[in-house]
Design a protein around this ligand. Structure first.
Ligand code: ACO
Length: 325
């Protein structure tokens, strides 16, 4: 049965110019390049400049995605921005990006699912497009996690980085099969019982401060692999596909060990796994579109390729989406 699919028209990303290496971190906290690399796979991350905000990163990523799609800003009628580091409590970062792009029509809103934000945003935009209410969406993951970190806490400050990525999704007619281009399926989960495993200890409705990131790293690790493999299997089941059908596995880039353990458990061959955590660190909602952009620009992801994205974030929130490029 024919149905509307959200096809990927373009992709872009932006990383702040300043690179913070593990060696630089050795001068800030009691850590070592070897410890960080061995436990996380991270070598360096990008950090925003003074005055550079999440929406500024998001605007640059969106402009790159529009250029890649050969579209004008005016062609967009929906902006969904996944972020946990908005410029302000309100208005939303999405409306700042909308304004920066010169768009005055359509709708723009933020979506907050921490590191799973981009998967939630893809799923949300897909449902808007499939309903027929909107035609072309900018789906953005943009973060300045460096501003949420306690730079005296070596257990967290070495893990994260800043950046933004964006895709343009466009409504198009599909056949309703797994051979269609576009978002084929998405699966979202949340369980608020785990809030204290990964959280920020402030907010406008509680402390009236921004707060800093707190994490029970070992617990997050323990839950992450089981949760993400569950939702990836849901995506396979919903589409009648298997790990062998995948061309690329593009997981949230939090930690190389979580990524390889998840791929192993799912039976996904190592050469199909896109890893950028070494160069970007964990950029939360931005990590998947940043990784997708790297793999698209270096020629790995080609038109027609089957791409699985998945992520887990604070809450916990977790999800997967299967996309034929
Ligand atoms: N440098 C040097 N030593 C450190 C550092 C550091 N940056 N951080 C912690 N240590 C020390 C600890 O103090 C501890 O020392 P001790 O044995 O003397 O007490 C030792 O290293 C081991 O600490 P653990 O916390 O047990 O280290 P672990 O092997 O669990 O690795 C890590 C920590 C990397 C955070 C790991 O638990 C992990 O990857 N967890 C997953 C969480 C994650 O990736 N979060 C990202 C955000 S979550 C998300 O995106 C959904």
């Amino acid at each position: 049965m024919t149905r509307i699919r959200s096809i990927v028209r373009g992709i872009g990303s932006y990383l702040p110019t300043r690179v913070l290496t593990n060696q630089d971190l050795e001068k800030i906290v009691d850590t070592s390049h070897e410890w960080i690399l061995q436990r996380t796979g991270i070598e360096e991350r990008h950090i925003v400049a003074e005055g550079e905000t999440t929406s500024m990163l998001g605007i640059k990523a969106a402009q790159a995605a529009l250029a890649d799609a050969g579209l004008q800003a005016q062609d967009i009628d929906l902006i969904v921005c996944a972020t946990s580091t908005p410029d302000f409590t309100f208005p939303s970062t999405a409306t700042q990006i909308q304004s920066g792009l010169g768009i005055t029509h359509g709708a723009a809103f933020d979506l907050q699912a921490v590191c799973a934000g981009f998967v939630f945003a893809v799923s949300t935009a897909d449902k808007f497009l499939a309903s027929g209410s909107h035609k072309r969406a900018l789906v953005i993951g943009a973060e300045t996690f460096s501003r949420l970190l306690d730079w005296n806490d070596r257990t967290t400050c070495v893990l994260f980085g800043d950046g933004a990525g964006a895709i343009v999704l466009e409504a198009a007619q599909g056949e309703g099969t797994a051979a269609d281009r576009g978002v084929l399926t998405s699966h979202l989960r949340s369980d608020g019982r785990y809030r204290d495993k990964l959280y920020v200890d402030g907010g406008p409705g509680s402390t009236k401060t921004t707060g800093v990131l707190k994490m029970e790293g070992k617990d997050v690790f323990r839950f992450a692999v089981g949760m993400v493999t569950d939702v990836v299997r849901d995506a396979f089941a919903a589409t009648g596909t298997t790990a062998d059908d995948l061309d690329w596995f593009v997981p949230h880039q939090a930690n190389r060990r979580i990524i390889t353990a998840s791929a192993d458990k799912l039976g996904i061959a190592a050469e199909k796994v896109v890893i950028t955590v070494n160069k970007h660190g964990n950029t939360s909602a931005a990590s998947i579109p940043l990784a997708l952009d790297v793999a698209r620009k270096d020629g790995r992801i080609k038109d027609g390729d089957l791409v699985m994205i998945e992520a887990i974030g604070g809450g916990f929130t977790w999800g997967s989406a299967l996309i034929r490029w």
